[in-house]
Design a protein around this ligand. Structure first.
Ligand SMILES: *[C@@H]1O[C@H](CO)[C@@H](O)[C@H](O)[C@H]1NC(C)=O
Ligand SMILES: *[C@@H]1O[C@H](CO)[C@@H](O)[C@H](O)[C@H]1NC(C)=O
Ligand SMILES: *[C@@H]1O[C@H](CO)[C@@H](O)[C@H](O)[C@H]1NC(C)=O
Ligand SMILES: *[C@@H]1O[C@H](CO)[C@@H](O)[C@H](O)[C@H]1NC(C)=O
Ligand SMILES: *[C@@H]1O[C@H](CO)[C@@H](O)[C@H](O)[C@H]1NC(C)=O
Ligand SMILES: *[C@@H]1O[C@H](CO)[C@@H](O)[C@H](O)[C@H]1NC(C)=O
Ligand SMILES: *[C@@H]1O[C@H](CO)[C@@H](O)[C@H](O)[C@H]1NC(C)=O
Length: 828
C-alpha cells in the first residue's frame, strides 16, 4: 500500500520534473541518477531497459569547469552509453545534488572511445569522490586494462558535504581525463546495518561511516550472471565458476526463485531471489561420505581491509535443522555448526552474514570455504548461495594502493612529450601517433645513451630528466652510474652537481643573488650552465641536525614529482657542503604577497587558487605515494609561487613518512613552526597527516586576514590567529576581520565555505579534521562560488542571491523530493 502511494507521488512529481532519471526508469528509486556523458541530447535507452540521461540539462548535475569536448564513435556491439565520452583537459568535477544524506552507490563506466581527436587509451588520470581516491593515475594502455571498465563504489554523502556527491576527474600532469557513464543510487538504510564479525574471529564491528567501499566481487553461486535489470538496485552478479579452487568438489543446485522467502528484514534489496535460489553444494557428498571443503579463492589488493558478505539459503534440506555446516575465511573458522534454516527462520529463506578482514601486506588472497560440520547427524553437505567482497578505503582515504612507481617511468613522466602526443594526435589522427611513439622511444633511447657519458650536457631542462644518478639515502654513497634498466624502486630524478658547478651558477654565492635566509641556511638565485634558473639552498656548516634534514629532503623530493610541489633539480655534497638546487620560483613565498612587503595585494580569487594549488600538493603528499608523507612544516613561507602565481609546496626538511613514525628521535617533538603547530601533536606527540591539515587551516586564515600566524605585539586575544579568527568564525562574522584589501570583493557564500573549511581544519581533535582531499574540494567549491558570484556582476558586497547553476541552492525540486523521502522513511 505504501508502495503504491509512493508510486503515485512519484508519477506526480515526474509529470513536473522530467529531468529525473527515475521517472523514465521502470523502477522507483529515490535519489538516483543514470547519466551518459557526452553526446546524447535525448535520453538513451539501454539494452537492459534503463534510460540514461545526458549530463547536461539536469539541474541537479553540475560540471565544472564545463568541458565541451566530446568524443563519440558508435561501434557495433558497444552499448550506447559507452559510445561517447566527455573529455577533460583540466581537473574537473561533477557535482550531484542528492536528496538524501547517507551512502550512495557510485557506478562508473569507462570506455576509451576510438576517435581521431584524443588517444583515450593512453590518457592517465585519477578519479576521486567526496575526498576518497577511487582510482589513482590509471591508464588503459599502461595498466593493460581491458575495456569497457566498470567500477562500483559506495560513497557517503554527509551533511558536511551539503548533501552532494562530488566526483573529480583529475588528469595527470598534461594528460586528459574522460568518463562515459555515471550511475548514482541511494543505498537503502537497511543495507548495511548488521554487525560484522571480524576474521580471525574476535570483535563484532559496526560498518564504519566515512569510509568508501569498492565492490571487487559480487557472485551468484551456482547460478548465471545477473544484469542490473534482474536486481532491484541495479547490481551486477557474476558466476562463481572461475573462482572455484576445485570445480569437481562442487555442483550447482537451484530452486524456483519464487519459492524464496524473507524474514527478519531481509528483502530483495539485500540480494535478488535468483541469487538465493541457486547455490553450490558439495558434489557427491551423499555417496561417499567424503569430508572436504568447497573453496573459492579471490585475488585482492593487499594492505586493505575487506568487507565480505555471504548469502545463504537452505535449498537442499527437507527439514529444519538438517543442513548444518562450517564456514571458513582465510583458513580461519568464520561460523561453526552453522544451522542455516534455524538462523533464516525456515527452509528456502534468505539469510546473510557480514565479515570483516584485513588483508595484510604480503598476502593478496581471500579464501572462502564451506564444509560439512564436524559434528555428526547432519546432511553431509554445505552450501553457499552468494558472495560480495568490498574493499574499504584506507586511512589516507584511498581505494587504490597503486604505488607511485610510475613517477619514474620516463615515457609517461615526460609531460611535454605527452602533451605533444595529444596535440599531434588530435591534429593528425591516430595513425601518426604510432610513428610518433616510435620516434619518442627512439629519442628517449638516445637520451639515455647520452646520459651514460659524464654530466657535461644538461640541455634537456627540468622536464626531460631521465633517471640520473641514484642516491642511496642512509649511507651517503653515490652511484653515478647510469640506472636505466635497473630494477631498483627508488630511482632519483635529481642529479648530483659538483661544487664548482654550483659556485659558478651563483657567481661564488654573490650577495646580490641572495633570495633569503632561514634556519637551514641561505638561498641564492643561480643560473646553471644550461641556462636553467634555479634557487640554490646552501646549508650552514655541517651539523648533525642539518644533515638529517638535508638527507630527508633529498630522499623525499627525489621520489616526488608533482605540479604543486617544488622540484629538486640536484644537490651537492662535496667538501662538507650541503647544497640543494631547486626550480626557481619567481613569485617567491606566499607570505610576501600577503603582508610585510610592497607587493600588490592578491585578489580573493588568486588567494583561493593559491590555496587550491597548495592543497593539491599536500593532498598528493598524503595520498599520492605508497607511504603517506607528512610535511610537518606547512606555513606561508613554505608555499612558493611561480611567475603565474601558481602555488607549490616547498621545504621537505622536516617531512616524515607517516603514520608509523619512529618516536625515538629526541628532537621530533619540537619540529614545526610556532603558530602552525597542531595542538594535538603538541600534546600527544603523535604525528598524523591531520597535523598538516591543522597547519593548512592556519595558512588559510593568514591568507584571509593578511597577518602573521602569531603576532605578539597585538592585544592578547589577537596574538594567535587561529584563536582570534575562530572566535569571529563562530560568531559568523569572519568578514569583519578579513584583509581590508579584500573588503567588498568577496562573495560571502565563498567566504562562508572558506571559513567553515578553515574551522574544520583547526578542529582540536585530528579525527574531526577533514582530509586534504576534502579541503581541496571545499576550496575549489569556494572558488566556484566566487567566480559565479562575480560573473553575475551584481553588487559585490553582499551577494545574497546566487544564480541557478550553483548546486548549493535548495531548489523547489529538491524540497519536493525531500518530502517524498520523508514519507518513505515513515512508511518503511
Ligand atoms: C580506430 O579507428 C580507425 C579509423 O577510424 C581504425 O583504422 C582503427 O583500426 C580503429 N582502432 C581500433 C582499436 O578500433
Ligand atoms: C595484458 O592483459 C592480457 C589479458 O588481460 C594478458 O593476456 C596479457 O598477457 C597482458 N599483457 C601484459 C604485457 O601484461
Ligand atoms: C550447473 O552445472 C551443470 C553441470 O555441471 C552445468 O552444465 C551448468 O552450466 C551449471 N549451471 C550454472 C548456472 O553454472
Ligand atoms: C533477467 O532479466 C531478463 C529480462 O527481464 C530475463 O529475461 C532473465 O530471465 C532474467 N534472469 C534471471 C536469472 O532472472
Ligand atoms: C590456507 O591453507 C592452505 C593449506 O594449508 C595454504 O596453502 C594457504 O596458503 C592458506 N591460505 C591462507 C589465506 O592462509
Ligand atoms: C576445511 O578448511 C578448513 C580451513 O582451511 C580446515 O581447517 C578444515 O580441516 C577443512 N575441512 C575439511 C573437511 O577438509
Ligand atoms: C585491521 O588493520 C587495522 C590497521 O592495521 C587495525 O587498526 C585493525 O584493528 C585491524 N582490524 C582487525 C579486525 O584485525
Amino acid at each position: 500500500m505504501i508502495h503504491s502511494k509512493r508510486s503515485i507521488l512519484y508519477s506526480f512529481l515526474c509529470a513536473f520534473h522530467l529531468q529525473f532519471a527515475i521517472c523514465s526508469s521502470s523502477t522507483h528509486h529515490a535519489d538516483s541518477f543514470l547519466i551518459t556523458c557526452g553526446e546524447a541530447k535525448t535520453p538513451t535507452e539501454m539494452e537492459d531497459g534503463r534510460v540514461f540521461e545526458s549530463d547536461l540539462g539536469n539541474t541537479l548535475v553540475n560540471i565544472s569547469p564545463l568541458s565541451h569536448t566530446i568524443v563519440s564513435n558508435f561501434e557495433m556491439g558497444v552499448p550506447k552509453i559507452l559510445s561517447s565520452a566527455r573529455v577533460f583537459t583540466t581537473s574537473s568535477i561533477y557535482t550531484f545534488t542528492t536528496n538524501k544524506i547517507g551512502r550512495h552507490w557510485l557506478r562508473l563506466h569507462f570506455y576509451p572511445v576510438n576517435n581521431t581527436r584524443f588517444d583515450l587509451n593512453s590518457a592517465v588520470f585519477s578519479v576521486e569522490a567526496n575526498g576518497i581516491t577511487l582510482i589513482h593515475e590509471f591508464s588503459f594502455f599502461r595498466d593493460n586494462l581491458s575495456f569497457p571498465l566498470f567500477k562500483e563504489y559506495i560513497i557517503e554523502v554527509t551533511g558536511s558535504n551539503s548533501g552532494k556527491l562530488v566526483l573529480g576527474l583529475l588528469p595527470w600532469d598534461n594528460s586528459i581525463a574522460f568518463i562515459n557513464g555515471i550511475e548514482i543510487l541511494f543505498v537503502p538504510d537497511k543495507q548495511f546495518t548488521s554487525k560484522m564479525l571480524s576474521i580471525p574471529l574476535g570483535s563484532v564491528l559496526e560498518l564504519p561511516t566515512h569510509v568508501g567501499f569498492e565492490t571487487v566481487f559480487r557472485l551468484n553461486m551456482g547460478g548465471p550472471n545477473l544484469s542490473p535489470i534482474n536486481d532491484s538496485l541495479w547490481r551486477k552478479w557474476g558466476s562463481d565458476e572461475s573462482f572455484l579452487v576445485n570445480p569437481a568438489a562442487a555442483r550447482n543446485v537451484s530452486v524456483n526463485p519464487s519459492s524464496i522467502r524473507h524474514h527478519n528484514g531481509v528483502s530483495t534489496d539485500i540480494a535478488p531471489n535468483s541469487v538465493y535460489a541457486t547455490a553450490q553444494e558439495m558434489a557427491d557428498a551423499n555417496v561417499n561420505n567424503q569430508r572436504f571443503n568447497i573453496s573459492w579463492l579471490f585475488e585482492v589488493e593487499q594492505g586493505f581491509a575487506y568487507f565480505i558478505r555471504l548469502h545463504f539459503c537452505d535449498i537442499v534440506g527437507s527439514r529444519l535443522h538438517e543442513l548444518v555446516f562450517d564456514v571458513y575465511i582465510n583458513n580461519q573458522s568464520a561460523i561453526e555448526s552453522f544451522d542455516v534454516s534455524s538462523r533464516a527462520k525456515g527452509l528456502s529463506s534468505a539469510y546473510f552474514v557480514d565479515f570483516f578482514t584485513n588483508v595484510s601486506m604480503g598476502s593478496n588472497r581471500i579464501l572462502v570455504q564451506v564444509g560439512p560440520s564436524r559434528l555428526g547427524g547432519y546432511l553431509p553437505t554445505a552450501v553457499l548461495n552468494g558472495l560480495e567482497i568490498m574493499k574499504m578505503s584506507n586511512p589516507s582515504d584511498s581505494l587504490d594502493g597503486r604505488l607511485a612507481a610510475y613517477l619514474d617511468s620516463n615515457e609517461i613522466k615526460d609531460s611535454k612529450k605527452m602533451r605533444m602526443i595529444i596535440v599531434i594526435s588530435s591534429c593528425l589522427g591516430v595513425g601518426f601517433v604510432l610513428i610518433l611513439l616510435v620516434l619518442i622511444v627512439f629519442t628517449v633511447f638516445l637520451c639515455f645513451r647520452h646520459k651514460k657519458k659524464p654530466k657535461d650536457d644538461d640541455d634537456d631542462g627540468p622536464v626531460a630528466w631521465s633517471p640520473l644518478p641514484m642516491y642511496v639515502g642512509n649511507s651517503g654513497t653515490k652511484f653515478s652510474s647510469n640506472t636505466f634498466g635497473s630494477t631498483t624502486a627508488s630511482h632519483s630524478l635529481s642529479q648530483i652537481l659538483s661544487f664548482s658547478e654550483v659556485r659558478d651558477a651563483t657567481r661564488n654565492f654573490d650577495k646580490s643573488l641572495l633570495l633569503g635566509s632561514g634556519g637551514f641556511g641561505k638561498v641564492y638565485k643561480g643560473v646553471l650552465e644550461n641556462g636553467l634558473v634555479v634557487a640554490v639552498k646552501r646549508g650552514n656548516p655541517r651539523s648533525q641536525q642539518g644533515l638529517v634534514e638535508f638527507k630527508t629532503e633529498i630522499e623525499m623530493l627525489s621520489k616526488l614529482r608533482h605540479r604543486h610541489l617544488v622540484s629538486l633539480i640536484g644537490y651537492c655534497e662535496e667538501q662538507n657542503e650541503m647544497i640543494l638546487v631547486y626550480e626557481y620560483m619567481a613569485g617567491g613565498p606566499l607570505r610576501q604577497h600577503l603582508y610585510g612587503s610592497n607587493l600588490p595585494p592578491l585578489t580573493w580569487k588568486q588567494r583561493l587558487e593559491i590555496g587550491v594549488g597548495a592543497a593539491k600538493g599536500l593532498h598528493y603528499l598524503h595520498t599520492g605515494v605508497a607511504e603517506t608523507i607528512i610535511h610537518r612544516d606547512v606555513k606561508t613561507t613554505n608555499i612558493l609561487l611561480d611567475e603565474n602565481l601558481d602555488a607549490k609546496v616547498a621545504d621537505f626538511g622536516l617531512s616524515k613518512f607517516g603514520p608509523s613514525l619512529n618516536q625515538t628521535h629526541v628532537s621530533t617533538a619540537v619540529k614545526g613552526s610556532f603558530g602552525y603547530l597542531d595542538p594535538e601533536y603538541f600534546r600527544r606527540q603523535q604525528l598524523t597527516e591531520k597535523s598538516d591539515v591543522y597547519s593548512f587551516g592556519v595558512v588559510m586564515l593568514e591568507m584571509l586576514c593578511a597577518r602573521p600566524a602569531i603576532n605578539p605585539t597585538l592585544p592578547r586575544e589577537q596574538v594567535n590567529i587561529a584563536e582570534w579568527a575562530m572566535n569571529w568564525q563562530k560568531k559568523g562574522e569572519l568578514e569583519k576581520i578579513m584583509d581590508p584589501d579584500l573588503m567588498g570583493f568577496v562573495n560571502l557564500e565563498s567566504l562562508r565555505k572558506y571559513g567553515e573549511t578553515a574551522q574544520k581544519c583547526l578542529s582540536e581533535n585530528g579525527n574531526e579534521r577533514p582530509s586534504m582531499g576534502d579541503v581541496l574540494w571545499n576550496l575549489e567549491y569556494a572558488l566556484q562560488l566566487q567566480e559565479v558570484g562575480n560573473g553575475s556582476g551584481g553588487d559585490v558586497d553582499g551577494i545574497s542571491d546566487i544564480p541557478d547553476r550553483i548546486p548549493d541552492v535548495e531548489s523547489v525540486h529538491s524540497i519536493d523530493i525531500e518530502t517524498v523521502s520523508d514519507l518513505e522513511s515513515n512508511g518503511t
